[in-house]
Write a protein that binds this ligand. Structure first.
Ligand code: SF4
Length: 441
């Protein structure tokens, strides 16, 4: 976090919260830092905010998103005399520093941000804090990620998720358009660049990683998930594929609201056959070694025996990426006496790695369960029939589902369709990024 005060200037604290709750590090930060303007970010990759001394004055910078061509941009910048990078994390150059170096190439902040957004492949939203307490925020050029602004009588607040400032008494003021750049003083929001009305907002925000209370494009995440589950059950009822189960359950946490919707529509009771025990494990703590990761994932799952033994269960998960964790969850249910475990994915099979946000990073696209299974079924040739494999009514679609069931010990498997997801979100499908499902840019 960085704050600025007229007399003492910038103050900054960056903490590692990999293995400790946020609160333990940032408690009483308002008592330690002085000023009327501040920015901050929780980042898995780049320690932030950075403090930059530039021809535009000193400013703090923080970012959300990914620069996919960071190496190429850094090389180009380094080839110019006088450019050095200091904010290294391991072997990586801090993305915020690359962004600042790009901005520096132009004569004004607005031109610099637009120039950087054109040069960047991926998606990057940013927030700058200047010595005079003004903020400049910008949304990524394609509008894949949200940036929202709130207002109260004292000024403005910018966030990825509006509920963050609504809790603090700010009223929603606006959602930025794709590429829009806004300068905020305590009294004025000045549009530096209007951006574009076209957008490709990440559909995964709703299905998986958005916080349940967040609202993007006017659509609340929790409500979308419940509706998505209802649509899945409705489709299965129509197709006659709804299994006869004792309980409908969600893979916690984000699978749960999809499951609630599925249970509503199917008329089957919702239950929680295992509960995640998390107080001992910080959300962001991910041990680097696989054995340790498995052990901790297991320790977090506490069974409710009466809801598992001899029961037919249907579990809804938010998505199936590699399938490793889901397969372990299903084995855990069988070890605890489940009679059958049916799996439903709240989104279509993931066929392409995300090249915009580094979402669920994999060594290769062949780590993706659906893709790997297709290649196992009919070699590389199968990848030219991805549309058929996604479609549950085709022979290839049926084979894909059956092969995954066999591999991961599911009794049945179905995926939400792309149309179903778009209907559950409810905005024009052309405004959604669905690349990881259909490969369409
Ligand atoms: S590719 Fe997938 S995860 Fe990446 S932005 Fe698009 S929808 Fe989101």
């Amino acid at each position: 976090m960085a704050a600025v005060n007229e007399t003492i200037g910038f103050q900054r604290e960056i903490h590692n919260i990999e293995n400790s709750p946020f609160r333990t590090k940032f408690d009483n930060i308002a008592g330690r830092m002085e000023g009327k303007a501040a920015i901050g970010c929780i980042s898995d990759q780049d320690p932030q905010p950075l403090l930059i001394r530039s021809k535009f004055g000193t400013y703090a910078i923080t970012i959300v998103g990914m620069i996919a061509n960071a190496d190429a941009l850094a090389e180009r910048l380094l080839s110019r005399s006088g450019v050095i990078f200091q904010g290294m994390s391991g072997n990586r150059i801090n993305s915020a520093e690359i962004l600042a170096a790009l901005i520096e190439e132009k004569d004004t902040i607005e031109e610099g941000i637009r120039y950087a957004q054109d040069a960047i492949e991926g998606a990057l939203c940013l927030l700058l804090l200047f010595e005079n307490g003004h903020l400049v925020c910008a949304r990524d050029k394609a509008g894949r990620l949200p940036v929202t602004v709130g207002k109260n009588e004292d000024g403005f607040c910018v966030s990825f998720e509006s509920f963050a400032y609504e809790k603090l008494g700010f009223e929603p003021y606006k959602e930025l358009s794709s590429g829009e750049i806004l300068e905020l003083s305590p009294t004025e929001a000045k549009v530096l660049y209007e951006g574009s009305k076209k957008k490709k907002i990440c559909a995964f925000l709703w299905t998986y990683y958005g916080y349940p209370t967040a609202t993007y494009e006017g659509i609340n995440v929790e409500m979308m998930r419940v509706k998505n589950g209802e649509i899945m059950a409705e489709t299965e009822k129509r197709n006659g594929t709804l299994p006869d189960v004792d309980y409908v359950c969600g893979v916690p946490d984000s699978g749960t609201p999809h499951a609630i919707g599925y249970a509503h529509y199917s008329g089957k009771p919702f239950a929680r056959p295992f509960i995640k025990y998390t107080p001992a494990w910080a959300r962001s703590f991910i041990p680097s070694n696989q054995k340790e990761r498995k052990k901790i994932a297991k320790m977090k799952q506490i069974p409710v025996h009466g809801l598992i033994k001899d029961k037919n269960l249907l579990f809804v998960d938010d998505s199936i990426v590699r399938g490793t964790q889901l397969s372990e969850t299903v084995d855990f249910l069988y070890q605890n006496g489940a009679k059958s475990v049916h799996i439903r994915s709240a989104c279509p099979p993931i066929m392409y790695g995300c090249k915009y946000l580094n979402f669920s990073p994999s060594r290769s696209e062949m780590d993706l369960l659906a893709r790997r299974t297709i290649v196992d079924l009919e070699g590389e040739e199968g990848l030219s029939h991805i549309d058929e494999y996604c479609d549950t009514t085709t022979e290839r679609g049926k084979k894909l589902r059956a092969a995954i069931c066999k591999r991961l010990h599911f009794d049945s498997l179905e995926f939400q369709s792309l149309d179903g997801i778009a209907k559950a979100i409810g905005i024009d499908p052309s405004e959604l990024c669905t690349y990881c499902w259909n490969g369409k840019e």
